[in-house]
Design a protein around this ligand. Sequence first.
Ligand code: UDP
Ligand code: MG
Length: 308
Amino acid sequence: MVELSVIIPIYNEELNIPNLVTRLRPVVEKIGMSYELVFVNDGSRDNSIHLIKALAQADERVRYIDFSRNFGHQIAVTAGIDLCKGNIIAIIDADLQDPPELIEEMIGLIKQGNEVVYAKRRSRKDKSFIKKTAYKTFYRLLARISNVDVPLDTGDFRVMTRKVAEVLKNMPEQHKFLRGQIAWLGFKQTFVEYDRDMRAAGEPGYTYKKLFQLAFDGITGFSNVPLRLATIMGFVVSGISMLLILYALLSYFIFNNDLPKGWASLMIAISFIGGVQLICLGIIGEYISKLQTDIRKRPLYIINETNC
Ligand code: UDP
Ligand code: MG
Protein backbone atom coordinates (compact mmCIF):
# COMPACT_ATOMS: atom_id res chain seq x y z
CA MET A 1 0.00 0.00 0.00
CA VAL A 2 1.26 3.44 -0.96
CA GLU A 3 0.76 6.20 1.56
CA LEU A 4 1.09 9.25 -0.69
CA SER A 5 0.26 9.76 -4.37
CA VAL A 6 1.26 12.95 -6.14
CA ILE A 7 -0.71 13.53 -9.34
CA ILE A 8 0.93 15.68 -12.00
CA PRO A 9 -0.98 16.51 -15.21
CA ILE A 10 1.37 17.02 -18.12
CA TYR A 11 0.75 18.85 -21.37
CA ASN A 12 3.92 19.80 -23.25
CA GLU A 13 6.06 20.19 -20.14
CA GLU A 14 9.40 18.76 -21.31
CA LEU A 15 11.18 21.89 -20.09
CA ASN A 16 9.68 21.64 -16.61
CA ILE A 17 9.66 17.92 -15.79
CA PRO A 18 13.35 17.63 -14.76
CA ASN A 19 13.17 20.70 -12.50
CA LEU A 20 9.88 19.63 -11.03
CA VAL A 21 11.26 16.22 -10.09
CA THR A 22 14.37 17.81 -8.57
CA ARG A 23 12.23 20.02 -6.37
CA LEU A 24 9.49 17.51 -5.60
CA ARG A 25 11.64 14.54 -4.63
CA PRO A 26 13.29 16.05 -1.54
CA VAL A 27 9.86 17.22 -0.38
CA VAL A 28 8.28 13.77 -0.49
CA GLU A 29 11.42 12.11 0.86
CA LYS A 30 11.34 14.50 3.81
CA ILE A 31 7.69 13.75 4.52
CA GLY A 32 8.85 10.19 4.96
CA MET A 33 5.80 8.33 3.66
CA SER A 34 5.94 5.67 0.99
CA TYR A 35 4.96 7.44 -2.21
CA GLU A 36 4.27 7.31 -5.93
CA LEU A 37 4.50 10.10 -8.50
CA VAL A 38 1.67 9.74 -11.00
CA PHE A 39 2.33 11.60 -14.25
CA VAL A 40 -0.68 11.92 -16.51
CA ASN A 41 0.48 12.69 -20.04
CA ASP A 42 -2.44 14.54 -21.59
CA GLY A 43 -1.55 14.10 -25.25
CA SER A 44 1.65 16.17 -25.15
CA ARG A 45 3.16 16.91 -28.51
CA ASP A 46 6.70 17.28 -27.23
CA ASN A 47 9.12 14.89 -25.59
CA SER A 48 7.31 14.74 -22.22
CA ILE A 49 6.26 11.10 -22.40
CA HIS A 50 9.80 9.91 -23.09
CA LEU A 51 11.12 11.87 -20.12
CA ILE A 52 8.43 10.36 -17.90
CA LYS A 53 9.07 6.83 -19.12
CA ALA A 54 12.79 7.24 -18.49
CA LEU A 55 12.01 8.35 -14.95
CA ALA A 56 9.71 5.35 -14.51
CA GLN A 57 12.39 3.00 -15.72
CA ALA A 58 14.86 4.32 -13.18
CA ASP A 59 12.40 4.31 -10.29
CA GLU A 60 9.36 2.12 -9.83
CA ARG A 61 7.72 4.77 -7.71
CA VAL A 62 7.20 6.80 -10.87
CA ARG A 63 3.88 5.93 -12.52
CA TYR A 64 2.50 7.21 -15.77
CA ILE A 65 -0.84 7.30 -17.53
CA ASP A 66 -0.46 8.12 -21.20
CA PHE A 67 -3.66 9.40 -22.85
CA SER A 68 -4.48 8.69 -26.48
CA ARG A 69 -4.86 12.44 -27.11
CA ASN A 70 -5.37 15.74 -25.28
CA PHE A 71 -8.42 15.48 -23.03
CA GLY A 72 -7.82 18.57 -20.90
CA HIS A 73 -6.42 19.28 -17.47
CA GLN A 74 -9.52 18.41 -15.44
CA ILE A 75 -9.82 15.01 -17.08
CA ALA A 76 -6.09 14.34 -16.64
CA VAL A 77 -6.38 14.98 -12.92
CA THR A 78 -9.49 12.79 -12.80
CA ALA A 79 -7.60 9.89 -14.38
CA GLY A 80 -4.86 10.33 -11.80
CA ILE A 81 -7.42 10.16 -9.00
CA ASP A 82 -9.02 7.09 -10.59
CA LEU A 83 -5.81 5.11 -10.90
CA CYS A 84 -3.59 6.22 -8.04
CA LYS A 85 -3.23 4.05 -4.98
CA GLY A 86 -2.23 6.42 -2.19
CA ASN A 87 -4.06 6.98 1.06
CA ILE A 88 -3.35 10.66 0.74
CA ILE A 89 -3.49 12.29 -2.68
CA ALA A 90 -1.83 15.53 -3.76
CA ILE A 91 -2.50 17.33 -7.05
CA ILE A 92 0.09 19.73 -8.39
CA ASP A 93 0.82 21.52 -11.68
CA ALA A 94 3.97 20.57 -13.55
CA ASP A 95 5.10 24.11 -14.32
CA LEU A 96 6.30 24.90 -10.77
CA GLN A 97 3.64 27.57 -10.29
CA ASP A 98 2.51 25.58 -7.28
CA PRO A 99 5.44 25.32 -4.85
CA PRO A 100 5.98 21.61 -4.04
CA GLU A 101 7.36 22.58 -0.63
CA LEU A 102 3.85 23.51 0.46
CA ILE A 103 2.73 19.88 0.29
CA GLU A 104 4.39 19.09 3.60
CA GLU A 105 2.34 21.70 5.44
CA MET A 106 -0.81 20.56 3.67
CA ILE A 107 -0.25 16.95 4.69
CA GLY A 108 0.26 18.15 8.26
CA LEU A 109 -3.25 19.60 8.16
CA ILE A 110 -4.64 16.35 6.74
CA LYS A 111 -3.08 14.54 9.69
CA GLN A 112 -4.93 16.92 11.98
CA GLY A 113 -8.20 15.53 10.69
CA ASN A 114 -9.00 17.54 7.54
CA GLU A 115 -10.21 15.66 4.49
CA VAL A 116 -9.23 18.35 1.97
CA VAL A 117 -6.54 21.01 2.16
CA TYR A 118 -6.54 23.39 -0.79
CA ALA A 119 -4.04 26.08 -1.61
CA LYS A 120 -5.38 29.60 -1.87
CA ARG A 121 -3.55 32.22 -3.92
CA ARG A 122 -2.62 35.21 -1.81
CA SER A 123 -1.14 36.86 -4.88
CA ARG A 124 -0.22 35.83 -8.39
CA LYS A 125 2.55 36.96 -10.66
CA ASP A 126 1.64 34.81 -13.57
CA LYS A 127 -1.25 36.55 -15.23
CA SER A 128 -1.73 39.75 -17.16
CA PHE A 129 -3.98 42.38 -15.60
CA ILE A 130 -6.85 41.38 -17.88
CA LYS A 131 -6.57 37.67 -17.07
CA LYS A 132 -6.24 38.37 -13.35
CA THR A 133 -9.35 40.54 -13.39
CA ALA A 134 -11.22 37.92 -15.41
CA TYR A 135 -10.30 35.22 -12.89
CA LYS A 136 -11.26 37.34 -9.91
CA THR A 137 -14.57 38.30 -11.47
CA PHE A 138 -15.32 34.71 -12.41
CA TYR A 139 -14.73 33.35 -8.91
CA ARG A 140 -16.82 36.08 -7.34
CA LEU A 141 -19.63 35.68 -9.86
CA LEU A 142 -19.63 31.92 -9.30
CA ALA A 143 -19.72 32.40 -5.53
CA ARG A 144 -22.75 34.66 -5.91
CA ILE A 145 -24.84 32.56 -8.23
CA SER A 146 -23.92 28.99 -7.35
CA ASN A 147 -25.40 26.88 -4.64
CA VAL A 148 -22.03 25.68 -3.31
CA ASP A 149 -19.30 27.72 -1.71
CA VAL A 150 -16.50 27.24 -4.18
CA PRO A 151 -13.50 28.77 -2.39
CA LEU A 152 -12.28 32.03 -3.93
CA ASP A 153 -8.94 32.15 -5.76
CA THR A 154 -8.05 28.49 -5.57
CA GLY A 155 -7.07 26.15 -8.36
CA ASP A 156 -6.68 22.42 -8.21
CA PHE A 157 -3.46 22.47 -6.16
CA ARG A 158 -4.65 20.52 -3.13
CA VAL A 159 -4.24 17.46 -0.93
CA MET A 160 -7.09 15.10 -0.10
CA THR A 161 -7.75 11.80 1.58
CA ARG A 162 -8.65 8.49 -0.01
CA LYS A 163 -12.17 8.94 1.36
CA VAL A 164 -12.70 12.06 -0.76
CA ALA A 165 -11.12 10.44 -3.82
CA GLU A 166 -13.49 7.48 -3.60
CA VAL A 167 -16.52 9.78 -3.52
CA LEU A 168 -15.15 11.78 -6.45
CA LYS A 169 -14.72 8.59 -8.45
CA ASN A 170 -18.45 8.03 -8.12
CA MET A 171 -19.32 11.40 -9.62
CA PRO A 172 -19.50 10.55 -13.29
CA GLU A 173 -20.19 13.96 -14.82
CA GLN A 174 -18.43 14.57 -18.10
CA HIS A 175 -17.89 18.28 -17.61
CA LYS A 176 -15.48 18.26 -14.73
CA PHE A 177 -15.03 21.23 -12.49
CA LEU A 178 -13.14 19.50 -9.73
CA ARG A 179 -12.76 22.44 -7.37
CA GLY A 180 -16.56 22.85 -7.47
CA GLN A 181 -17.25 19.15 -7.02
CA ILE A 182 -14.90 18.94 -4.06
CA ALA A 183 -16.48 22.00 -2.46
CA TRP A 184 -19.91 20.45 -3.00
CA LEU A 185 -18.87 17.28 -1.15
CA GLY A 186 -18.60 18.92 2.22
CA PHE A 187 -16.33 17.17 4.77
CA LYS A 188 -13.83 19.01 6.89
CA GLN A 189 -11.84 21.26 4.56
CA THR A 190 -9.24 23.89 5.19
CA PHE A 191 -6.64 25.87 3.24
CA VAL A 192 -3.14 27.24 3.22
CA GLU A 193 -2.19 30.49 1.50
CA TYR A 194 0.61 30.93 -0.99
CA ASP A 195 2.00 33.31 -3.57
CA ARG A 196 1.66 31.92 -7.05
CA ASP A 197 4.86 32.03 -9.07
CA MET A 198 5.45 32.54 -12.76
CA ARG A 199 5.39 29.46 -14.97
CA ALA A 200 8.99 28.18 -14.86
CA ALA A 201 9.31 27.46 -18.59
CA GLY A 202 7.26 26.64 -21.66
CA GLU A 203 3.86 27.83 -22.78
CA PRO A 204 0.63 27.59 -20.75
CA GLY A 205 -1.53 24.69 -21.92
CA TYR A 206 -4.68 26.50 -20.85
CA THR A 207 -5.66 28.53 -23.89
CA TYR A 208 -8.38 31.17 -23.67
CA LYS A 209 -10.75 28.66 -25.25
CA LYS A 210 -10.03 26.08 -22.54
CA LEU A 211 -10.39 28.69 -19.82
CA PHE A 212 -13.78 29.80 -21.10
CA GLN A 213 -14.83 26.16 -21.31
CA LEU A 214 -13.83 25.68 -17.68
CA ALA A 215 -15.68 28.83 -16.62
CA PHE A 216 -18.83 27.70 -18.44
CA ASP A 217 -18.60 24.24 -16.89
CA GLY A 218 -18.19 25.80 -13.47
CA ILE A 219 -21.24 27.98 -13.87
CA THR A 220 -23.58 25.56 -15.62
CA GLY A 221 -22.49 22.72 -13.33
CA PHE A 222 -23.17 24.56 -10.12
CA SER A 223 -25.82 27.14 -10.81
CA ASN A 224 -29.25 27.40 -12.37
CA VAL A 225 -29.29 31.15 -12.01
CA PRO A 226 -28.62 31.81 -15.74
CA LEU A 227 -31.71 29.75 -16.60
CA ARG A 228 -33.73 31.61 -14.00
CA LEU A 229 -32.42 34.86 -15.42
CA ALA A 230 -33.59 33.82 -18.87
CA THR A 231 -37.08 33.23 -17.51
CA ILE A 232 -37.14 36.54 -15.68
CA MET A 233 -35.90 38.36 -18.76
CA GLY A 234 -38.65 36.66 -20.71
CA PHE A 235 -41.30 37.94 -18.30
CA VAL A 236 -39.93 41.48 -18.21
CA VAL A 237 -39.75 41.70 -21.99
CA SER A 238 -43.20 40.20 -22.39
CA GLY A 239 -44.54 42.80 -19.97
CA ILE A 240 -42.98 45.62 -21.94
CA SER A 241 -44.29 44.20 -25.22
CA MET A 242 -47.81 44.01 -23.78
CA LEU A 243 -47.65 47.73 -23.08
CA LEU A 244 -46.35 48.33 -26.58
CA ILE A 245 -49.17 46.29 -28.07
CA LEU A 246 -51.70 48.19 -26.04
CA TYR A 247 -50.18 51.45 -27.20
CA ALA A 248 -50.27 50.28 -30.82
CA LEU A 249 -53.93 49.23 -30.61
CA LEU A 250 -54.96 52.46 -28.96
CA SER A 251 -53.09 54.50 -31.56
CA TYR A 252 -54.73 52.63 -34.39
CA PHE A 253 -58.34 52.43 -33.25
CA ILE A 254 -58.82 55.37 -30.98
CA PHE A 255 -56.28 58.06 -31.65
CA ASN A 256 -56.03 57.33 -35.38
CA ASN A 257 -52.37 58.26 -35.49
CA ASP A 258 -50.50 58.23 -38.72
CA LEU A 259 -49.07 54.73 -38.43
CA PRO A 260 -45.95 54.67 -40.64
CA LYS A 261 -44.44 57.05 -38.12
CA GLY A 262 -44.17 54.11 -35.77
CA TRP A 263 -41.55 52.44 -37.91
CA ALA A 264 -38.71 53.33 -35.54
CA SER A 265 -40.39 52.04 -32.41
CA LEU A 266 -41.43 48.86 -34.23
CA MET A 267 -37.88 48.20 -35.29
CA ILE A 268 -36.63 48.79 -31.78
CA ALA A 269 -39.21 46.49 -30.26
CA ILE A 270 -38.59 43.70 -32.74
CA SER A 271 -34.85 43.75 -32.47
CA PHE A 272 -35.02 44.01 -28.69
CA ILE A 273 -37.31 41.05 -28.34
CA GLY A 274 -35.31 39.11 -30.94
CA GLY A 275 -32.10 39.72 -29.03
CA VAL A 276 -33.50 38.68 -25.69
CA GLN A 277 -35.00 35.56 -27.21
CA LEU A 278 -31.69 34.56 -28.71
CA ILE A 279 -29.92 35.06 -25.41
CA CYS A 280 -32.47 32.91 -23.61
CA LEU A 281 -32.28 30.20 -26.24
CA GLY A 282 -28.50 30.25 -26.00
CA ILE A 283 -28.59 29.81 -22.24
CA ILE A 284 -31.01 26.92 -22.53
CA GLY A 285 -28.82 25.44 -25.25
CA GLU A 286 -25.79 25.49 -22.93
CA TYR A 287 -27.60 23.34 -20.42
CA ILE A 288 -29.04 21.00 -23.04
CA SER A 289 -25.68 20.39 -24.64
CA LYS A 290 -24.39 19.48 -21.22
CA LEU A 291 -27.19 17.02 -20.67
CA GLN A 292 -26.46 15.51 -24.03
CA THR A 293 -22.78 14.84 -23.35
CA ASP A 294 -23.68 13.26 -20.03
CA ILE A 295 -26.27 11.03 -21.68
CA ARG A 296 -23.85 9.77 -24.30
CA LYS A 297 -21.84 8.18 -21.51
CA ARG A 298 -18.62 8.06 -23.44
CA PRO A 299 -15.56 7.20 -21.42
CA LEU A 300 -14.02 10.33 -19.92
CA TYR A 301 -10.57 9.50 -21.26
CA ILE A 302 -8.77 6.86 -23.26
CA ILE A 303 -5.48 5.45 -22.04
CA ASN A 304 -2.83 4.55 -24.55
CA GLU A 305 -0.49 3.00 -21.99
CA THR A 306 0.01 2.96 -18.25
CA ASN A 307 2.03 1.27 -15.54
CA CYS A 308 -0.42 2.10 -12.75
N1 UDP B 1 -2.49 20.70 -18.59
C1 UDP B 1 -3.01 19.49 -19.04
N2 UDP B 1 -3.84 19.48 -20.13
C2 UDP B 1 -4.18 20.62 -20.80
C3 UDP B 1 -3.67 21.85 -20.33
C4 UDP B 1 -2.83 21.86 -19.23
O1 UDP B 1 -2.73 18.43 -18.46
O2 UDP B 1 -4.92 20.53 -21.78
C5 UDP B 1 -1.59 20.71 -17.41
C6 UDP B 1 -0.29 21.48 -17.59
O3 UDP B 1 0.74 20.66 -18.10
C7 UDP B 1 0.00 21.94 -16.16
C8 UDP B 1 -1.40 22.14 -15.57
O4 UDP B 1 -2.28 21.37 -16.37
O5 UDP B 1 0.67 20.95 -15.41
C9 UDP B 1 -1.83 23.59 -15.55
O6 UDP B 1 -1.79 24.12 -16.85
P1 UDP B 1 -1.33 25.62 -17.18
O7 UDP B 1 -0.05 25.91 -16.50
O8 UDP B 1 -1.38 25.79 -18.64
O9 UDP B 1 -2.51 26.45 -16.53
P2 UDP B 1 -2.45 27.85 -15.78
O10 UDP B 1 -1.35 27.76 -14.79
O11 UDP B 1 -2.20 28.86 -16.84
O12 UDP B 1 -3.80 27.96 -15.16
MG1 MG C 1 0.49 27.08 -15.07
